[in-house]
Design a protein around this ligand. Structure first.
Ligand code: SAH
Length: 368
């Protein structure tokens, strides 16, 4: 059974939902700026560097949503800020709750576009699945975001604000500790905004997430893979989905530009902190990539990698021509990889009943 959220979980009275203030002309979006950039902007207005830290403390640590709350700043400075810097929030347009407890949020962006994030409660903590683009341009055949098409990249601030907004909807006793870029879009196709947002998300002056708890999932835009790890040492998930170029190109047209050899070389060049594994995600599709010979090919392909393999049964949808394999085939596929000594898990997607599962986010506005 699913239901529509009635607001935030009861008991969470911190960080009230901000209202969408009217925007001053040509303002800077506070959440687009790193601390260095904020310091420069303020310096250009004649303010000392410590002012930038005061602001990041209020907005990222103390949960302020308005300059008026910043009582240690002079009234004149607060007024100057309110005119030149906007704190436009992500208003919730719609929120659905799954029978398994996950919640899908539809956020309205300042230009009227919509994106989705999914909050997944787990034992003792929550994971938030973030979007990086409005739609997606990559056209993977089994993914509904692809069918929706591409509208635009998200700004760094729009990425960061999904985290701030998600934090306002946490169930009691389950802090938000993990972030995964597995929502709408291809994060590495929006590299500049992604890395800037990751800086704010992981910096002690910002949202202070541990890099060990942030995961970027990619189709494999090879040139950006090593660069990502050089900028921020987050976890990498590669959406592999096939052990050979023909099958992969059929499922993921981007494989024509970056074939398997190039993508795996890029993964080898990813600067991985010691003991960390690269995760290879493999959506299992009946009759397409689930033959046991393909499991053996996959085991061979990943030889030498410190790899973890996540097998994801395809999430069905009438708009897709594909189906997940029968359970026994998935278990046999897993068994072959286990015997090759890979840690391999079959991951049932959460939130399937509210179309919040992998590849189901389309950012549709709610029905009138
Ligand atoms: N573009 C990035 C980030 C999106 S993550 C990427 O592809 O990695 C979305 C994940 O959901 C990917 O691992 C993708 O392979 C998976 N996915 C897409 N459609 C799916 C479906 N119908 N069923 C199960 N998983 C799907």
């Amino acid at each position: 059974m699913t239901s529509v959220c009635s607001g935030r979980f009861s008991g969470n009275t911190q960080n009230p939902e901000p209202s969408a203030a009217s925007l001053p002309p040509n303002p800077v979006d506070f959440y687009d700026l790193t601390l260095d950039e904020l310091t420069q902007v303020l310096a250009s207005w004649g303010h000392p560097p410590f002012r930038a830290r005061q602001l990041t403390k209020w907005l990222y640590h103390k949960g302020a949503t308005d300059f008026a709350q910043m009582t240690d700043l002079s009234r004149a400075f607060r007024q100057e800020l309110a005119q030149s810097v906007h704190l436009y929030p992500l208003p919730v347009e719609n929120c659905q709750v799954s029978a398994d407890g996950s919640r899908k949020f539809l956020w309205r962006l300042a230009d009227g576009e919509f994106i989705e994030s999914v909050l997944i409660p787990e034992e003792g903590h929550c994971t938030l699945c973030l979007s990086s683009q409005v739609g997606c341009a990559l056209g993977c055949r089994f993914c509904l975001t692809a069918q929706r098409g591409f509208t635009r990249n998200l700004s760094p601030g729009e990425i960061v604000k999904q985290v701030l907004a998600g934090r306002r909807h946490l169930p009691p006793g389950k802090p938000l500790t993990n972030l995964v870029f597995m929502g709408m879009g291809e994060p590495l196709a929006n590299f500049a905004a992604l890395t800037k947002a990751l800086t704010t998300i992981t910096a002690p002056w910002g949202l202070n997430f541990s890099t060990r708890r942030v995961t970027v999932s990619t189709v494999g835009l090879a040139p950006f893979i090593p660069r990502l790890g050089e900028v921020v040492p987050v976890n990498l998930t590669l959406s592999l989905n096939a052990p050979d170029d023909d099958t992969r190109t059929f499922l993921m047209p981007i494989n024509r530009t970056y074939p398997l050899g190039a993508v795996l070389d890029a993964c080898r060049a990813f600067p991985r902190p010691r003991h960390r594994r690269i995760t290879f995600a493999y959506v299992l599709i009946d009759g397409i990539n689930d033959a046991l010979s393909q499991a053996r090919d996959l085991a061979r392909l990943l030889r030498g990698f410190k790899a973890k393999i996540n097998l994801i049964p395809l999430n069905r949808d009438p708009r897709l021509d594909f189906a997940p394999p029968p359970q026994e085939r998935m278990l046999a596929f897993q068994d072959i990889l286990r015997r090759a000594h890979y840690p391999v898990f079959i991951r049932e997607s959460r939130g399937q009943d509210i179309a919040a599962a992998c590849g189901q986010l389309v950012g549709a506005s709610p029905a009138p």
